[in-house]
Design a protein around this ligand. Structure first.
Ligand SMILES: [Mg+2]
Length: 278
């Protein structure tokens, strides 16, 4: 499959956003305002500072599927979801979904057990690598296929298409960053992409994509973007993962993530080195 040349910082940016945001997920606005300095991984119960969560792991499943060029079928993608979880179990998954993943040996079992009626943000959060695909039509089609496995709802699918297209727009240089909202309004209609998101970000796909877009449009450096994405409060790891991943696709963005965050990112078998070389 022909794919666009990628930034080696794309997955790394997603992982840093995810790991940083994981320290603030659904914390109080007071805690976020006080500690969101963009310079340290905050400790939170159940999570190891500097370790990424389900957002990056499922992004890796999609990334590997896109890069390997296998038939992009529900069965194959479900296999990847099961495979990446079992090779490297980690926290952050919704409890019900994690239970199902744990109990499955392959994608067929996963497809049998899932009831994909959610419009939450699980499909959107793993969609940045879809931007690598060669055309808008392919991004939208593949986003629909992958979203439908877990989130077979209009909102779940549209949220995945929006995130994939945000990355695609940047990687393919389809316009200026400032034109991105208008592009989404054309290709993923029904959501007010030009209206800035305000306030806590719920576990809702289209809201998460909108918040990530708002942050992406408001900044031009990754360090500023990281703080801006988390400052919304709510589902901070998903918003930061998507926003940071998309920022790595745009020439307008200065890739200036603090060394302390890059060096502090986990570096096990699927950590920093893996993310910059696959
Ligand atoms: Mg997460």
């Amino acid at each position: 499959m022909s794919t666009t040349k990628t930034s080696p910082r794309l997955l790394l940016s997603i992982a840093v956003g995810d790991a940083y945001g994981a320290g603030f997920e659904f914390e109080s606005p007071e805690v976020v305002a006080r500690e969101n300095d963009g310079r340290h991984y905050r400790k939170r119960a159940g999570f190891t500072p500097g370790h990424y969560t389900d957002d990056t792991q499922m992004t890796l499943a999609i990334w590997e599927a896109v890069r390997l060029g296998e038939p992009f079928t529900p069965r194959y993608l479900a296999d990847r979801f099961v495979f990446v979880y079992h090779r490297d179990p980690r926290p952050g998954y919704a409890r019900g979904f994690e239970g199902i993943l744990k109990s499955c040996k392959n994608g067929s079992e996963l497809l049998e057990k899932l009831n994909p009626t959610s419009d939450r943000n699980g499909a959107a959060m793993r969609s940045v690598p879809l931007g690598l695909l060669p055309s808008i039509t392919k991004v939208k089609a593949y986003a629909k296929t992958q979203a439908a496995i877990t989130h077979n709802t209009p909102g779940g699918i549209a949220s995945s298409q929006a995130v994939g297209l945000m990355a695609h727009f940047g990687l393919k240089r389809l316009g200026k960053l400032s034109e991105l909202a208008a592009f989404l309004e054309k290709h993923v209609p029904g959501t007010p992409w030009s209206e800035p998101w305000h306030g806590e970000v719920p576990l809702h796909g289209l809201s998460t994509a909108r918040a990530a877009l708002t942050a992406l449009l408001a900044c031009r450096t990754q360090s500023e973007l990281l703080r801006t994405a988390v400052a919304f409060t709510g589902d901070t790891d998903s918003v930061a993962a998507i926003a940071l991943g998309c920022s790595a696709c745009f020439p307008e963005y200065k890739q200036d993530l603090p060394r302390v965050l890059i060096q502090g990112l986990e570096n096990g078998p699927y950590g920093r080195d893996y993310l910059t070389t696959v």
